[in-house]
Design a protein around this ligand. Structure first.
Ligand SMILES: Nc1ncnc2c1ncn2[C@@H]1O[C@H](COP(=O)(O)OP(=O)(O)OP(=O)(O)O)[C@@H](O)[C@H]1O
Ligand SMILES: [Mg+2]
Length: 228
């Protein structure tokens, strides 16, 4: 079974007075359930745009895209947001945490949107933080945490809804080598424990080596590649 089946995906951005940028160009991508897929490519090659399509944040100009059995073009913006909230976890390079909330509150945020009771939210957020080795950080302010710790909070938040699909956009790109390695192992292990699927955008050869399948992106085009 595939969690993602994309065919001929294309996304263009208009530029005043110039030809449009083809950020994603005729991309075919399938992701089987329970697999880790790495996408590597230079800056500007379209990786974030492609993840945005997979997340239903962006709409393709051409092509078809099925995510967990749902053809995204048939869903409204609200339905896509609901799919994202309920079944997709996202990890960002810049962590995407809210500085005004504690680590625990950040992790619990998707549950608040899903109207889970405060008591259950706290219970699950504590478990989530324990899973990423931050059991003591529930009440910590984000600015008290190191980069590696912040991204572990980001991972815990992405997993809190038990999503079937996790999308990670250079999740270790802001970290030093040691922290990057730790976060990568933590993320891939957590995904594999759950039998979930991960699409991991990365510049890091070690990330690509932990994947079941490895793609290269160049100028919007995606090809199967061999890890460096
Ligand atoms: N909202 C937008 N409006 C106009 N052009 C955009 C927009 N988003 C991306 N682009 C262009 O699309 C191309 C692909 O951008 P994208 O951010 O997907 O690349 P990337 O591979 O994620 O790069 P990086 O490694 O730097 O994050 C670039 O030429 C970029 O300038
Ligand atoms: Mg990007």
């Amino acid at each position: 079974m595939n969690v993602i089946t994309g065919r001929g995906l294309t996304r263009r951005y208009a530029q005043p007075g110039l030809d449009p940028v083809v950020a994603v160009a005729d991309v075919d991508l399938t992701v089987e359930a329970g697999t880790v897929v790495a996408i590597e490519g230079p800056s500007g090659s379209g990786k974030t745009t492609l993840l945005g399509l997979l997340a239903g944040l962006e709409v393709p100009d051409a092509g078809t895209l099925e995510v967990m059995g749902l053809e995204l073009s048939r869903l409204s913006r609200t339905e896509r947001a609901r799919l994202r909230q309920g079944r997709i976890g996202i990890v960002f390079q810049s962590f995407g945490l809210l500085a005004s909330l504690t680590a625990g509150e950040n992790v619990a945020l998707p549950l608040a949107l899903a109207a889970v009771s405060p008591r259950d939210r706290e219970f699950r957020a504590r478990l989530g933080l324990e899973e990423v080795g931050l059991g003591a950080a529930y009440g910590a302010r984000i600015d008290e945490l190191s980069g590696g710790e912040r991204q572990r909070v980001g991972v815990a938040r992405a997993l809190i809804n038990e999503p079937a699909l996790i999308l990670a956009d250079e999740p270790t790109g802001s970290l030093d080598e040691e922290n990057a390695g730790d976060v990568l192992v933590l993320l891939t292990d957590a995904v594999r424990r759950r039998g979930a699927s991960l699409v991991l955008v990365t510049h890091d050869p070690a990330s690509a080596a932990r994947a079941d399948r490895h793609y290269l992106m160049r100028d919007g085009r995606l090809t199967l590649g061999v890890p460096a």
